[in-house]
Structure formats: structure tokens, C-alpha cells
Design a protein around this ligand. Structure first.
Ligand code: ADP
Ligand code: VHF
Length: 378
């Protein structure tokens, strides 16, 4: 699991960086914005800018600021009150960043996203080209989840995951996740003060997931696990991740200068193509296909397409072109991809040779249920 310590931070050579700051770093203990902290983030990003790096900031804090503005002491539990707080607080967040970046003569832009925006191919491409345009213009895009319209169905859910999705979206070289801990420990340091620190590891190493726990404060949402999973996701487009303390003075500037701070989770070299990356970023799939052992082998070991004959069950409702998961008989997902037939048609042709498709359905669009070019192994 442990990797030999490198002496220079991955951020030093990164040209395009996504930085994520959690609620605990932009608010006064969850009660309103900490404007000094916001000014600090802006100053550090301005310094990176001056070095020619492109930076996208993913900032939490809308709900905490909204609560302060509404005079609420306790975080509400109902969805609509949380959404109302986010709507009120996002105004403050955007305003605080605009003022803070203005000091450095840098323009900031607000980008609010839901998972739907990234799951729909056209909206994904639009978001991507808008962010690229902003970066070309020297503007700092500030991203948050569009909490006001998010429902369970379309929410990304936490900003660690959102940071990783944005990293994939713009093919950033590094993702910096700043939080209230030094980085990853072998167990939650709030519960075990003796826990050992992990300074280097491979992104995607499953043993890290067992070390990471949930959120420590009442303010944060994801905890360490979502950060570890974010690093795994970011690595799919080749980005390295650093999880570090936002309380370290000038942390981003020092990382950019090559100092190793926090936990560095390196991506291995294999990178998904942009199209396959988009498929991998679908957090929710429309349906599932349960495969027999032969089909599992064909997909996983032989690089083949999925034919209807290898499908034992079809779950959910989907249309051609939807993203559907492929499961083995134990229910473990091994692949996902764009399906060529609707769930209704898939149910009729499953278990049958492709030569029978035309006679069963009265037409045949494709011999494959899912073509190799349109699927990724998980
Ligand atoms: N193995 C671990 N190493 C470090 N922190 C951990 C670990 N497991 C759980 N945590 C908790 O994760 C918290 C950080 O996540 P969170 O509260 O969501 O912060 P943020 O608002 O920055 O996203 C830490 O305060 C810590 O208590
Ligand atoms: N979108 C929410 C933040 C959600 C979130 O993931 O918070 P955190 O775990 O502090 O990064 C907000 O702005 O309040």
C-alpha cells in the first residue's frame, strides 16, 4: 500500500489544478463565512495564477453561510430548508469570492452543477467548454453543487466527489482536497489519536477505503472516505490527488513550490479516453444487466462486446443510449456502458443468439447489446 515517498509534490508540475475547500475551511465553525479564510484562498490561487497555473476552485460553505444569514443555530434536516439555506448562502459565498479575488485583479465566475449536468452528454460538453473559455480568459471558476435544485436523484452529494468530477471534466493534472485534518491516517484521528499518517499511496488502492471514516465535524458532509473515492475517480483521467490541511499556512503555494504536504495519492498511468471517462462519471445508472459466467469472461478477459445471449436478467427501465451496469451473478458490477436496446427489448432477446434478434423484435439495429467501444470495465 505505502509508496516510496517522492521528494517533489505532484502539484509542482501540474498545469491545471482543481482545488476543493470544505465547509470547515470557509466558515467560522459552520456559523457564517470566514472572510479572512476566503481572502487567503483567493491570495493563494492568485499566486498560482501568477505562475501560469490554471485553477478551478470547488468551494463548499453555502449552507453554513445561509444558516448564519437566516439566524439558524442548528443545521436543518429537511431537504427544502437545506436548499433554502444554500440559496441564501450561495449569494454570500459568490460575493465573498468576488471581493477577495478583486483585490488581486482577478475575476471569478460562479458555476453551480448537479450530477444531471455532467451525465447529459450535451450539457457535459457545454460545461467543459465554458470552463475552458473562463480559464483562457484568466477567470477563476468557482464551483459548488446546485443544492437548490438537487434532489436525491440528481445530486452529486458531496463536494469531494464534485471536485473529482470537475477534475475529470477538464482533464486537470492534480486535485487538491483541503480539509481540517493533515490528510489520511490509518484510522480516524479524532477517534484514535495514535493513528499513523499515510503520506503516499496509490489512488484507488482499496485498503485506503477501510482506513477512512465519515465526516468528523457536524459541518462537513463527506468525511475521509469521499476524499479517498474522489482520488480514485480523479485518477481515471490521470490526475494525482493531494489531501492536505487547509490550516497549513500557504498550503497551495507550498505544494506548487514542490513541498510534500499531506497525503499524496498518485494515479497510475492508464487513462480512460474522454468518451469512456464520461461514461465512468455517471454516478447513477438507469438499469442493470446480470451476465452469465461466459459473458463476464468475454467482457473482462477477452475485450469483447456484450451479446444478448450472455444476459440472464434485465433490471430497471432504460432506453437505447442510456448508461447501464453489467453485474456478475453475485451482483458485483464489472462494467458499464451505453446500451443499444431498451429494457423491454433487452428482456425479449436476453439469452438468445444475435441471429434471432430480427425475428423476435421485427428488426435488428445492432448484434451487440453493448458494444465494446461503448463500455468500460470497473
Ligand atoms: N482515516 C482518517 N484520516 C483522517 N481523517 C478522517 C479519517 N477517517 C475519518 N476522518 C474524518 O474526516 C474529517 C474530514 O472530512 P469532513 O468533515 O467532511 O471535512 P470537509 O468539510 O473538509 O470535507 C476529519 O475531520 C476526520 O475526523
Ligand atoms: N454544497 C454544500 C457543501 C457540501 C459538502 O460536500 O460539504 P463539505 O463536506 O464541507 O465539502 C454547501 O455549499 O454547503
Amino acid at each position: 500500500m505505502a509508496k516510496p515517498a517522492s521528494t517533489v509534490s505532484v502539484v509542482a508540475t501540474a498545469k491545471r489544478v482543481v482545488a476543493k475547500v470544505g465547509s470547515s475551511l470557509v466558515t467560522n465553525d459552520g456559523r457564517g463565512l470566514d472572510r479572512e479564510a476566503v481572502a487567503q484562498w483567493a491570495a493563494q490561487i492568485a499566486a498560482l495564477h501568477a505562475q501560469g497555473k490554471e485553477v478551478v476552485l470547488v468551494s463548499s460553505g453555502a449552507i453554513a453561510e445561509g444558516m448564519a444569514r437566516l439566524g439558524w443555530q442548528k443545521r436543518p434536516t429537511s431537504m427544502n430548508e437545506l436548499q433554502a439555506a444554500a440559496a441564501v448562502g450561495q449569494m454570500g459565498l459568490a460575493q465573498a469570492y468576488e471581493v477577495a479575488f478583486g483585490v488581486h485583479h482577478i475575476k471569478a465566475a460562479q458555476i453551480l452543477l448537479t450530477h444531471e449536468d455532467l451525465a447529459d452528454r450535451q450539457r457535459y460538453l457545454n460545461a467543459r467548454s465554458t470552463i475552458f473559455a473562463l480559464l483562457r480568459l484568466g477567470v477563476v471558476p468557482i464551483v459548488n453543487e446546485n443544492d437548490t435544485v438537487s434532489t436525491e436523484e440528481i445530486a452529486v452529494g458531496d463536494n469531494d466527489t464534485l471536485g473529482a468530477l470537475v477534475t475529470n471534466l477538464i482533464e486537470a493534472d492534480a486535485l487538491i482536497i483541503l480539509t481540517d485534518q493533515r490528510g489520511l491516517y490509518e484510522s480516524d484521528p479524532r477517534k484514535n489519536p495514535e493513528a499513523k499518517f499515510v503520506s503516499h499511496a496509490q489512488a484507488g488502492d482499496v485498503s485506503l477505503e477501510a482506513m477512512a471514516g465519515g465526516a468528523g465535524s457536524g459541518i462537513g458532509k463527506g468525511g475521509m472516505l469521499t476524499k479517498i473515492l474522489a482520488a480514485k475517480r480523479a485518477a481515471k483521467s490521470g490526475a494525482h490527488t493531494v489531501i492536505a490541511s487547509g490550516r497549513e499556512p500557504d498550503v497551495m503555494v507550498r505544494l506548487a513550490a514542490g513541498e510534500c504536504i499531506g497525503t499524496e495519492l498518485r494515479a497510475s498511468v492508464q487513462v480512460l479516453s474522454a468518451r469512456k471517462q464520461w461514461m465512468a462519471d455517471h454516478l447513477r445508472v438507469r438499469g442493470r444487466l446480470v451476465l452469465d459466467d461466459g459473458a463476464v469472461k468475454a467482457l473482462r478477459d477477452e475485450g469483447k462486446s456484450l451479446l444478448p445471449i450472455g444476459v440472464r436478467a434485465v433490471q430497471g427501465r432504460f432506453e437505447p443510449g442510456d448508461v447501464v451496469a453489467c453485474l456478475d451473478k453475485n451482483g458485483t458490477e464489472l462494467a458499464r456502458g451505453l446500451v443499444n436496446y431498451s429494457s423491454a427489448d433487452a428482456r425479449r432477446i436476453m439469452g438468445k443468439p444475435s441471429g434471432d434478434i430480427a425475428s423476435i423484435l421485427g428488426m435488428m439495429n445492432e448484434a451487440e447489446l453493448m458494444h465494446r467501444d461503448n463500455l468500460i470495465l470497473i
